[in-house]
Design a protein. Sequence first.
Length: 116
Amino acid sequence: MDSFPAAEVVSVDQAPTGVLLSCSDDTYQWTGRVTVQMDGASERAAVLDVIAGAFDDREGYDSAIDEQTGDPRLLVTGPGGAAYVGRFDEASHLVTLASASRRFALHEGENSYDTY
């Protein structure tokens, strides 16, 4: 969040917990999302470039802008299989950054229906 120009951020919404998705009979991924309402001063390409740069500055992270689906989206991979997808809706000036952890197994006593 520090990479966003503070003067252009209207609000930030991020749930304190996420959801576990089943990847197989015994592995899961944690998923989450943050949304950032921008004031509209920056264009989509500039916003996605800022986010990409923040990830690229971190060791083990790589980013790319994918334009094959029509609307450009940011794809980021990180250590251990972490993944992020970023989008910027130009009409609403809303940035959505979805995340997923690497796959993992729950420890004994943990339940996939608990809050994480």
